[in-house]
Design a protein around this ligand. Structure first.
Ligand SMILES: Nc1ncnc2c1ncn2[C@@H]1O[C@H](COP(=O)(O)OP(=O)(O)O)[C@@H](O)[C@H]1O
Ligand SMILES: [Mg+2]
Ligand SMILES: [Zn+2]
Length: 256
């Protein structure tokens, strides 16, 4: 049996005095154990279990990319350090594939887990598939739980938001999750490689005969619907990833 903690006597709570008023606070001895359990149930894929700020490399050969990436990393790191700060409760990382969005988002998640926050990682497509099969009477209970988790987890990470063709069902489901979390001020960390004019993506063509502006790529609004998109911007600090070479290719090239 483990030794009884000298700070809390094994109760998990210690008495602390703040401004002359004493109150109970979770003891650190329990925090380490809680963090370990939370990490286990976070759903972070093994490929990203080592994605931390320490393992995030800045390109040495390209000063512009170096600066841009350092800035993006600092923003994400600051968000994680100050969490739960009093600013926006979420983070939205936008950028091209392979620029390190998922890596940075998971790095933040690891910090929040170590602080004792319950974080759940969901791949966007996988989450939608599970929610959908959860409606099926024959589905297993974990699929049925997926939707609850997405709504109520303390911190939700949605990876590759919008990587799915839109149907009314998808739009409604995503809007419901994001609206619920926004209303409850529940943190959301999302990544996407879709474009958005408010994240600096330009319009390539403006044709007065067309009712809509035309963008170079599919936009976030087109994929998740305008309501979910506007809520996302309301609740999230937006981090625009700089244009850097796809890290997977960079690594492959070095080996060659
Ligand atoms: N700057 C970086 N330093 C170290 N590893 C990186 C960096 N950028 C990306 N990676 C790694 O490259 C792979 C692809 O990055 P990922 O974060 O998945 O990109 P994205 O989500 O933007 O498509 C991952 O294994 C990730 O850990
Ligand atoms: Mg990714
Ligand atoms: Zn203790």
């Amino acid at each position: 049996m483990a030794e009884t903690c000298p700070h809390c006597g094994g109760s998990g709570w210690k008495i602390v005095e703040v401004d002359g008023v004493s109150g109970a606070e979770r003891c650190d001895c329990q925090l380490a154990e809680r963090a370990r359990k939370l990490e286990e149930s976070s759903g972070i894929p093994p490929l990203y279990s080592h994605a931390t700020f320490d393992t995030f490399r800045l390109p040495a050969d390209n000063p512009t990319a170096h600066r841009g990436l350092a800035e993006a990393m600092l923003t994400v790191k600051t968000f994680a350090r100050l969490f739960p700060g009093d600013n926006k409760p979420g983070l939205l990382l936008i950028g091209e594939p392979g620029t390190g969005k998922t890596h940075l988002a998971v790095a933040a998640l690891h910090i929040l887990l170590s602080k004792g926050f319950e974080c759940i990682f969901f791949d966007y497509q996988n989450l939608l598939a599970r929610i959908r099969s959860g409606y099926d009477a024959a589905s297993n209970s974990t699929d049925r739980e997926a939707y609850r988790f997405a709504l109520d987890a303390e911190v939700l990470m949605l990876d590759d938001l919008g990587a799915h063709r839109v149907t009314d069902w998808v739009e409604d489901t995503v809007t419901a999750i994001i609206t619920h979390r926004c209303n409850q001020r529940k943190p959301l960390i999302a990544t996407t490689n879709l474009a958005d004019p408010d994240a600096g993506d330009g319009i390539i063509e403006r044709d007065s005969r067309l009712p809509e502006k035309v963008y170079a790529k599919l936009t976030l609004a087109e994929r998740v619907g305008p309501r979910a998109r506007s809520r996302l911007f309301e609740m999230c600090k937006v981090v625009r990833m700089p244009l850097v070479e796809d890290y997977r290719l960079r690594k492959a090239g070095r080996r060659a």
